[in-house]
Design a protein around this ligand. Sequence first.
Ligand SMILES: [Zn+2]
Ligand SMILES: [Zn+2]
Length: 268
Amino acid sequence: MLIDTHCHLSHERFASDLLDVLSRAASAGVGGVVSIASTLDDAVAVRRLLAELPEPDGDAPTPRCHVARTAGIHPHHAADIPTESRRRLLDELARTPRAVAVGECGLDFHYDFAPPAAQRAAFQLQIEVASETGLPLVVHCREAESEMTPMVQEAGEAGVPGVLHCFPGDLKLLETAMDAGWMVSFTGLVTFRSFDGIEAVQRVPDDRYMLETDGPYMAPTPHRGKRNEPAFVPWIRDKVAEIRGQEPESVASTTTANARAFFPELGF
Ligand SMILES: [Zn+2]
Ligand SMILES: [Zn+2]
């Protein structure tokens, strides 16, 4: 079984056929998906979406995969987060079904949709919330490697586990993440001709990486340009296996074990 550790199931591009998406995932061997929230309102939307799903092996014509959720604030939405954000986030994380991680949070200086200071403050707040709740962090980092490094180190020293998602392959940041006890996860980016992080995929230890689609974005080759969905994880698994010189089955079993270890409250 495979696990898609990062997908945005509340995205409008999944609104019309979500159950089909989850059934196709199950048919493709993807037994579970972690649905990632981008804002506090989105976290509520993700929670409601989960509550409305039929049972995984219920009356639907085909079984669906399992779904877990996170709650957090993406750096794109970090501008002017209100002072009650901490309380709202803590409250949202604890609601049923309980969130399995804080995020996605982090730093994105590529788009700069929010001022850097606001991004740092929102990220810091979520590191503290992760520390307080004992939940792991799902972290987004784009063109912010040097700013990210000390924050990962500090979180690691504080015993807060995290994953650098959609990891593009920066070797220095990989080393920092490994030293901090963190994970990285790989998307369809590894299948792109332009991918230049091959060494990072080869170097990361067996027990320190996971797979994800980041759907609806980042569809792997041969689906590039289409909506990405959890059923596409096998293409990412196969490319990672090829780069690491391992069997696809062993990449599947190690990454699933890693996901279960990283998200202790996953439940599947
Ligand atoms: Zn992201
Ligand atoms: Zn994402």
